[in-house]
Design a protein around this ligand. Structure first.
Ligand code: NAD
Ligand code: TYD
Length: 340
């Protein structure tokens, strides 16, 4: 099976490529990645010499390059490539529209031209918007994206669905809840909290910290995606969730407790604009149709993730000392002056 993975040098894509090559001897993977600030080939050193793997540097928005690749014949395309951070989309949404919307459309057009038998779009529960204290998102929940990031992913999802209805392109959309695990870029909440705690820096909590996310270990997500790749039905959508709702403040406390650090490191900072209060996924469709269930309990997965960051300091210190530093200063510039 020849699979084009896009955005495979990022967090979930790199975990997926390693998972696929380890579990499916018939899988051959080409990884097309633009290597933005979030793309890191160090995430793939374990498999970079595998003869079943090839890396191509480039953008999903480059129609000539995408055509040249798909001309070779692929059994599936799975699109992870995206600008993925909500706070960056609030600062400047242009790249989100270019990659998440225009880039996805470019991929769809090429998949149609070269009759790719399966195209999977890796999407997010954030397209559904924010929940109140009860209820969970199903595949039938209306789209109500609130951040520019979520709006760009929802726009892409609509283009993907339209290509099924209009042209019969065999597409599948997956919408997962918040992922955590090894190799996550330390701008996202969990790796940011862990790496700050490790060096004794404050953990920035937006607003009251009572916002809720439904945490899913990246390994569980990868297993769901591999299953859908093999057995999912074209034209369908699958929600993927961890059934592990936790408030941000509780996650921060758990990280500090595990590392034996004081809770005085918690720093309440100005809330994110338009901050969604709660996400929660109803995953009964994939559970019933494909027999998938998340296997990693949140507390155990978080402990393993903390150990991973503890034992890979070079991976994240290099990121935190590089270009990312400027973004961090811009976003959390006055953190040391916020009440601790
Ligand atoms: P990430 O930011 O860690 O990685 C994104 C990757 O895409 C990077 O390697 C980057 O270089 C690459 N990329 C960006 N623009 C590109 C372009 N134009 N062409 C080719 N490559 C490009 O993101 P992630 O957390 O691994 O998320 C992967 C996908 O999963 C995204 O589509 C995201 O919307 C979705 N998703 C993420 C989560 C989560 O919790 N992280 C949850 C649900 C869905
Ligand atoms: P994040 O990891 O950015 O994922 P998303 O916004 O896509 O859910 O954030 C997870 C939650 O943590 C979200 O409610 C925002 C919050 N958060 C903080 O409180 N402080 C931070 O520094 C960050 C990055 C996020």
């Amino acid at each position: 099976m020849r699979i084009l993975v896009t955005g495979g040098a990022g967090f979930i894509g790199s975990n997926f490529i390693r998972h696929l090559l380890a579990t499916d001897p018939a899988a051959h993977v080409v990884n097309l990645d633009k290597l933005t600030y979030a793309g890191n080939l160090e995430n793939l050193t374990a498999i970079e010499r595998d003869p079943r793997y090839r890396f191509v540097k480039g953008s999903i928005g480059d129609a000539v390059l995408v055509d040249a690749l798909l001309k070779d014949g692929f059994d599936a395309v799975i699109n992870f490539a995206a600008e993925s951070h909500v706070d960056r989309s609030i600062q400047d949404a242009r790249a989100f529209v270019e990659t998440n919307v225009v880039g996805t459309q470019t991929l769809l057009e090429a998949c149609r031209r070269y009759r790719v038998p399966r195209m999977m779009q890796v999407s997010t529960d954030e397209v559904y918007g924010s929940l109140g204290p009860s209820g969970r998102f199903t595949e039938d929940s209306p789209l109500h994206p609130n951040s520019p990031y979520a709006a760009s992913k929802a726009a892409a999802d609509l283009l993907v669905s339209a290509s099924f209805r209009t042209y019969g392109l065999p597409v599948i959309i997956t919408r997962s809840s918040n992922n955590y695990g090894p190799y996550q870029f330390p701008e996202k909440a969990i790796p940011l909290f862990i790496t700050n705690a490790l060096v004794g820096e404050p953990l920035p909590i937006y607003g009251d910290g009572l916002q809720v996310r439904d945490w899913l270990h990246v390994q569980d997500h990868c297993e769901a995606l591999a299953l859908i790749l093999r057995s999912g039905v074209a034209g369908e959508m699958y929600n993927i969730g961890g059934s592990s709702e936790r408030a941000n403040l509780d996650v921060a406390r758990l990280i500090l407790g595990t590392l034996g650090k004081p809770e005085t490191l918690i720093a309440h900072v100005t809330d994110r604009l338009g901050h969604d209060r709660r996400y929660a996924i109803n995953a009964s469709k994939i559970e019933q149709a494909l027999g998938w269930k998340p296997r990693i309990p949140f507390e155990a997965g978080l402990k393993d993730t903390i150990r991973w960051y503890e034992s890979h300091p070079t991976w994240w210190t290099r990121i935190k000392e590089g270009a990312y530093r400027e973004y961090y200063r811009k976003t959390y510039g006055n953190l040391s002056r916020v009440s601790l």
